[in-house]
Ligand binder design. Sequence first.
Ligand code: 4NP
Length: 154
Amino acid sequence: MKVLFVCLGNICRSPTAHGVMLRKLKEAGLDWVEVDSAGTAAYHVGHAPDERAQQVARQYGYDLSGLRARQATEDDFFEFDHIFAMDNANYQNLQAIKPADSKAQLSMALAYSDLSIDEVPDPYYGGSDGFTQVLNICEQLCDDIIEQLIRSRS
Ligand code: 4NP
C-alpha cells in the first residue's frame, strides 16, 4: 500500500504530512504502508522542507530534514494507491494530469478526517502559527488515515 501527499511546493504541507506519517506508521508497526510526498509545482524541486516547517516539526519530535521536494507526475498515478491533495487547487491540478486508467484513488486529504475544514491551509506567506496549525492538522489527519487503512485491510 503506497500513499502520496501532494501540495503546491512540496516544502510545507505535504512534507509535514510525510514526516508525521512516517513516524506514526513506525509507531503503529504498519510496515506494509509506504509514504511519499510531492508538489504540483516545480518551484522548489530538490529543496529541503521550508525551515519554518522543519522547526515546528522538530518541536513536535518529527525530523523533516532528509526530505527533498519533487514534482508530482503522471507516473505517480500508477505507482501509488492513494493520492491525497492538501487543498482544492492542488486537487484540480492533479485531476488535470490524472490518466484515465489511473491505479491511484485521488482524494482531498481531509475527506479522510473528521476535522471541520476541507483544506489544509497554505502557510507559506504567513507566520509560524500557520505552520503549527498545519502540523496539528497533519497529526489528526495521519491518525485518521491510518485508522482507515487498517480497517480497509481487515
Ligand atoms: P506548500 O507551500 O504547497 O505547502 O509546500 C508553498 C510552498 C511554496 C509556495 C507556495 C506554497 N510558493 O509559492 O513558492
